[in-house]
Design a protein around this ligand. Sequence first.
Ligand code: NAI
Length: 341
Amino acid sequence: MMAAKREKIDVTLIPGDGIGPEITRATISVLDALGAPFVWDEKQAGLAAVADGHDPLPEETLASIRRTGLALKGPLATPQGGGYRSATVRLREAFKLYANVRPARTMIPGRYDNVNIILVRENLEGLYVGREHYIEVGGDPHAVGVAVGINTKEGAFRVLRHTFDLAVRLGRKRVTVVHKANILKILTGVFREAALELAPEYEGRLKIDERIVDACAMELVLHPERYDVIVTTNLFGDILSDLIAGLVGGLGLVPGANIGRDTAIFEAVHGTAPDIAGKGIANPTALLLAAGMMLEHVGEQDKADQLRSAILSAYRNGQCTGDLGGQLSTDDFARSVIANL
Ligand code: NAI
């Protein structure tokens, strides 16, 4: 889904929890310097909302996203106890954000020099549908844990089509469908069957192949350059996208776009990083790159390219935050990106 270019674009801004407000502030300063056309409607979610006496996903926040159809979101913590479900997962469900697009590219010299993988994770189904229960045995109420996973053909087609179309649009050559249909024959077999049914439509435009998730994990570590685009179910996508983040330098570098039919929410792949929150040392790159994906999404390709190359220049000049072995604070890194714009 690509919107036509507009003068001013309303976007819901959710700074989030932990390092969220720090990296959000840094990201906004870079977007302002870039002249991005966004007008922010700041709203709360997560612990920040609970601290103010609201639900972790307040109605006001949902109403704002319904109006704008676009959000830039910091990470959200899930309150412990009280039966809360993750506000991030609830947001994906509320707006039916079925495709989670996570591109990872080598930016700093490291173990791997030429990783350039887009992973698309099915975002609404599988083992993340939240159907879990305990079975009591011998007086232990938690003796057995049960989770039900649900994958539908319709859900699989939706995310597979999005991935295949995205790959064609970006001039990518190969899409690998990742599953575990040798063991979870029905749950992930449905996803594989949908891919096999859809693949002929893309013949001559894409090479579509498949991998079992465990073999894929090993091959990603040994030969990540062999992968181009990966599409997979919810749980496998969650795990493999963090693995891929590790290949390019860590969670501080990988953005994600949650895409639905008429709403899109852009965020970093990482969480609230409680261990470094409030210290001003978090790496804002993942959220900056997420903002870059949002610029592309609204048709501002030039500004997206400008932003990405300014970030790359900062890294080429050896400027980086502590997670990558550098000395810069969050704000200093943002300033060096601005200087490169
Ligand atoms: P995490 O991603 O917050 O942290 C894992 C490790 O990576 C930590 O050592 C952290 O310091 C480091 N790290 C993460 N982002 C970084 C950055 N930008 N710069 C430098 N270092 C960074 O994962 P964790 O600890 O498992 O989760 C913490 C909380 O975040 C939990 O409450 C979890 O539910 C939530 N979470 C929220 C997500 C979201 O809102 N999209 C996604 C993942 C987790």
